[in-house]
Design a binder for this molecule. Structure first.
Ligand SMILES: [Zn+2]
Length: 315
């Protein structure tokens, strides 16, 4: 019975996700605490869950529960270099996560140069940094506004800024800043493949968390910058097929993030500034998050009173 209930919870989690972002998988395997899936040739999606510790909420027969705030990483492999995007949570629910993550990256990178970047400076995206801190042959390339004074990564890190480009050899990654969730949140675009990797910059389908008026001001600018990149023909984005992969894809609420999501986000920000955005209560008052603002595919999770102050002050 216990297993049945647990299986039910896992199945429900997969059912939720499978209606949205996982149709392209050709193979999926568990490696230690991670689940690795192929998105397309030379591009992998890695989540910090396995069948013993599923994504999200799992309720047991005795009423106790586990919660895995699963976070996502991605590997892009070019001819000369391989890039690992994000470093998930610091995994403490099992042993050997560091070794497993090194194996996942090194097996796929082979003898290519290895680069690690992260979308932003939050603990659920930098948690496994320690797995690589003493490793030879790793370069760290990190968003400047989140990491210029940071001590998580070694001193030899290289800082990346808006519109920088990482050439992996036949695979080119454009870096586009979309600040707001953090001051330096970066979105990575795999050019010519209609794929992007957005961390928490615009949320993962359940809203981007914004923590202050200054954060919302930044987010307004960040979304405009993101959209200007995505709508520029030089970016080679097909709005019909382009998909943004978020930092917590299991939270996906039934649609793929894409160009329309960012257009809706820009419109939503205007509505918040005008005081006309539709909203409903959100229950994380301890972190100051008490409202979800919605427009189409876009959601902002923030504070109602702060949004009213912002609207009164104007942009
Ligand atoms: Zn975050």
């Amino acid at each position: 019975m216990k297993n049945f209930i647990l299986f039910g919870a896992i199945a429900a989690t997969f059912a939720l996700a499978s209606c949205a972002q996982e149709p392209a998988y050709e193979q999926t395997e568990e490696i230690g605490p991670f689940t690795v899936s192929l998105i397309k040739e030379n591009v992998w999606h890695i989540e910090d869950y396995n069948s013993s510790h599923p994504r999200g909420l799992s309720i047991k027969e005795d009423g106790s529960y586990t919660f895995n705030s699963c976070s996502d990483m991605y590997i892009i492999r070019g001819k000369k270099k391989a890039l690992l995007i994000d470093l998930t949570n610091n995994i403490t629910w099992t042993e050997g996560a560091d070794e497993a993550l090194r194996k996942i990256f090194y097996d796929r990178a082979g003898d290519r140069e290895k680069i690690i970047t992260v979308t932003h400076n939050h603990g659920d995206h930098t948690g496994m940094a320690y797995a690589f801190e003493n490793e030879p042959g790793i370069s760290f390339m990190l968003p400047v506004n989140d990491f210029k004074d940071d001590k998580i990564f070694p001193a030899h890190k290289q800082l990346i800024a808006d519109r920088d480009c990482i050439n992996l050899g036949g695979m080119v990654v454009d870096c586009v800043q979309c600040e707001g969730h953090t001051p330096g949140s970066m979105v990575f675009f795999l050019k010519g493949h209609n794929l992007g990797f957005s961390g928490d910059a615009i949320g993962s389908g359940t809203g981007v968390w914004i923590f202050s008026k200054e954060g919302f001001r930044q987010y307004t600018t960040g979304v405009e910058n993101l959209l200007s990149y995505m709508e520029d023909p030089k970016s080679e984005i097909d709005p019909e097929t382009f998909v943004l992969w978020g930092g917590h894809t299991y939270q996906n609420s039934g649609f793929e993030l894409g160009v329309q999501t960012v257009r809706d986000a820009k419109e939503l920000n205007d509505q918040i500034w005008n005081g006309t955005a539709q909203w409903e209560p959100y229950n994380m008052v301890a972190r100051g998050l008490d409202a979800t603002f919605k427009n189409g595919q876009a959601m902002v999770v923030w504070n109602k009173a702060a949004s009213e102050e912002a609207a009164a002050e104007g942009r």
